[in-house]
Ligand binder design. Sequence first.
Ligand SMILES: [Mg+2]
Length: 173
Amino acid sequence: MEKYVPDIYQKSIYTLDYSKLLSKGIKCILFDIDNTLAPMHYTEVSDKTKELIISLKQKGFKVYLFSNGPKRRVIFFEQALGVKGVYFAFKPFQSKLKKFIKQTGFALEEIALVGDQILTDVLAGNKVGITTILVTPVSNKDHLPTKIIRFLENRKMKKLNKKNLFTKGEYYD
Ligand SMILES: [Mg+2]
């Protein structure tokens, strides 16, 4: 059950305490795109998001995108934010994440994955052993596959809640 529980849970990428992440030894942050950085289907990146990414780079973080979305969508965000990314990441499967870790050479303790879904983002990160950070989705519009995952996720969250492992909306860091 704990593999579905994030290490950190925040309302958004803007409420996350990045200085605290640095002090914990995190050097590399992987961001999910859809409903984490931007609403689904959005083909615009807000200035607020751009400024956040710039500030993270200034703090010394290496920032990457790690998305289950297609190449086209990831390239758009790469160019808008000036970072590199992985597309078709197949979260919650571990293979692309392990490949990324091997290629970049970061230690597991140095990597955090930020996403909006426990059944994909959190599960993938926890299985591999990196720091997992859950944020509340920025919009409630989802692709059909995500709608199905979201349905299963709500059931999972209720189970986790019964076991006092996780409560939706009760943020912690
Ligand atoms: Mg997402």
